[in-house]
Design a protein around this ligand. Structure first.
Ligand SMILES: Cc1cc2nc3c(=O)[nH]c(=O)nc-3n(C[C@H](O)[C@H](O)[C@H](O)COP(=O)(O)OP(=O)(O)OC[C@H]3O[C@@H](n4cnc5c(N)ncnc54)[C@H](O)[C@@H]3O)c2cc1C
Length: 533
């Protein structure tokens, strides 16, 4: 059966992640254009999907729902309302994230017994280093000094003073950037290993500009001033107490993980007449000089390949793949797109009876109170540890168990990525045992999820990305949107805003197309992955 009905006005959308599904629903809400979505995975949600393993749900990366955009906040709440009991309906709901605070008037609240709801969660994440917990962001307080020891603290202080007197000049690399601001010792302690774990590239090979863009407003002097000033503040200072309370980060979170949002959206798309074909991979494009005329799609189950004509094409495909499918004649465009860097990601889901912890804040079964923990230990490869129970208890099938996500940054095809699942689970459990968090005999079950192209990276050939963008902009009915779709660190909200902008442009006969690239162009780094700062 042909995938598209030629008599209807439709848009082909590649990818059923947040960007693709937002575009699909907005087209249905605001026009008579029918979206035809092709998704290569067997489920919707893209990187924001929830993986269900025997009733235990995994969120790949930990997705906080927060946006500066009112449109996005309302959009989410229309799909999944906030559960009763999560907020006082007579007061605005205070959400804060990345030092931004906003009050929302929540829409209608849903019964707390309903599954289709959002929870309001408080964030706790700490750094695990030297087999101890440090505050995140790092604070110059008694507990940090105690954890570091007086000798190490003095060394860090001396090295910081040295860096203030003798600056590395010119400041070329990210290493220079860190050392000039924090001193060699602090850089080696808290920044070097983690940054290199995440990006797989030595800090000397990443540009200093990259750090300047992302690590704004962070200064040791400010931290010391703050620490000293707080010593002199009265503990009864209520305004300070209020500030501290407002600094507790709160975000919205679907009860069954982020994928629940996108499964609900997919249901609405289908109910309104849109079509979503899972396990259908876009493998090629037919084009003229200015237009995409057809999309070639492979059904991954049957192997059938079909050519689907298209009027509008919204692509959330990685820019590298999209460009290759367009077969540009310009060798430079081919080279840049082909070498765009990505970082991939793997998570081992481990189900445990109990954990080991000397932390007074841990539960009786040893489970830490954190949503996630940055693992800074240099003797293991694990980057972060998610404690899914603390995101939403509903992610865990049996409340007596602990459901963890052990996150590894890697490269598709490298040694970690290629490990057999059972070996990888064994290795991951061994790492947690090595740093004293578990006894591996308490592991009940486990699974592995691989996420290719989780991070579009901003180094290497990316510096010439504008040439690729200009080439893509030459196709009048092509709308590249989303995270890998634009090769940009988009969070869900940015991907949604870009998709909405594409829909605006389609409904405006192509006007305002360049607005898409304006989204998230100025925002600071969002996901807090590259440096514990
Ligand atoms: C570790 C981590 C933590 C994060 N934390 C947050 C957070 O706290 N808050 C937040 O808002 N965001 C967060 N994000 C970002 C969020 O995951 C993404 O912004 C969002 O999923 C991007 O949506 P998208 O639709 O643009 O792309 P994707 O989610 O990548 O979806 C693209 C879809 O296209 C499909 N596809 C690819 N190639 C083809 C093909 N050839 N044919 C058909 N389909 C194809 C893919 O299978 C995928 O489903 C995080 C991301 C990571 C990696």
């Amino acid at each position: 059966m042909p995938l598209a009905d030629r008599s209807t006005n439709f848009a082909v959308i590649a990818g059923a992640g947040p960007a693709g599904l937002t575009a699909a629903l907005e087209l249905l809400r605001r026009s008579d254009i029918k979206p035809l979505v092709f998704e290569s995975d067997s489920q919707v949600g893209g990187i924001s999907k929830t993986v269900n393993y025997r009733g235990n749900r995994m969120d790949l990366g930990g997705h906080r729902f927060f946006s500066k955009s009112d449109w996005v906040m309302r959009w989410w709440q229309e799909i999944l309302p906030v559960a009763e009991g999560q907020t006082d309906p007579s007061k605005p709901l205070r959400i804060n994230y990345q030092r931004q605070v906003r009050d929302l008037i929540p829409g209608a609240l849903a019964s707390s017994s309903s599954e289709a709801v959002m929870l309001v969660r408080e964030r706790l994440s700490r750094i695990f280093y030297r087999r101890r917990y440090f505050d995140y962001p790092l604070k110059l307080n008694a507990s940090t000094l105690q954890n570091m020891g007086i000798v190490e603290t003095l060394r860090i202080g001396l090295s910081y003073s040295h860096a203030q007197i003798i600056q590395r000049s010119p400041e070329n690399s990210l290493e220079d950037f860190f050392v000039n601001r924090f001193g060699e010792r602090l850089y080696r302690t808290f920044f070097k290993d983690y940054t290199e774990k995440v990006w797989g590239v030595p800090c000397q090979e990443i540009s200093a500009e990259w750090g300047a863009q992302r690590i704004k407003g962070l200064s040791v002097t400010k931290a010391i001033t703050h620490a000293v000033a707080s010593r002199f503040r009265s503990s009864a200072d209520t305004s300070q107490k209020q500030t501290e309370t407002s600094l507790i980060e709160r975000f919205l979170y679907p009860k069954l993980g982020p994928g629940q949002m996108w499964e609900e959206v997919a249901r609405k798309v289908t109910a309104a007449g849109g079509k979503i074909h899972l396990r259908h991979r876009v493998i090629g494009l037919e084009r003229s000089d200015q237009d995409i005329s057809a999309v070639i799609v492979k059904d991954e189950t049957s192997g059938t390949v079909q050519t689907v004509p298209c009027v509008h094409f919204i692509s959330t495909l990685p820019v590298r793949d999209l460009t290759a499918m367009l077969k540009p004649s310009d060798e430079t465009v081919i080279r840049i797109a082909d070498r765009l860097p990505y970082r991939d990601f793997m998570t081992a889901g481990l189900l445990l009876k109990k954990m080991i912890s000397a932390d007074p804040r841990a539960a009786p079964n040893g489970m830490p109170p954190d949503n996630w923990i940055y693992i800074q230990e240099p003797d293991v490869k694990i980057g972060r540890l998610q404690v899914f129970n603390n995101w939403s208890p509903a992610l865990v099938a049996d409340a007596e168990t602990i459901w963890l996500g052990l996150e590894y940054f890697c490269r598709e095809g490298d040694q970690l990525w290629s490990m057999h699942d059972s070996n990888f689970l064994d290795f991951a459990a061994g790492e947690l045992e090595k740093i004293g968090m578990i006894d591996r005999r308490d592991v009940l079950d486990g699974t592995v999820v691989r996420v290719p192209k989780a991070y579009p990276a901003y180094f290497g050939e990316y510096r010439d990305f504008d040439k690729v963008r200009a080439y893509l902009d030459g196709f009048l009915n092509l709308y590249p949107v989303g995270r890998n779709g634009m090769h940009r660190y988009n969070n869900q909200d940015h991907s949604m805003l870009a998709a909405n902008s594409a829909v605006n442009s389609i409904l405006n006969s192509g006007k305002g197309k360049s607005d898409i690239w304006g989204i998230n162009a100025e925002d600071d780094y969002h996901e807090e992955i590259e440096a514990v700062a």
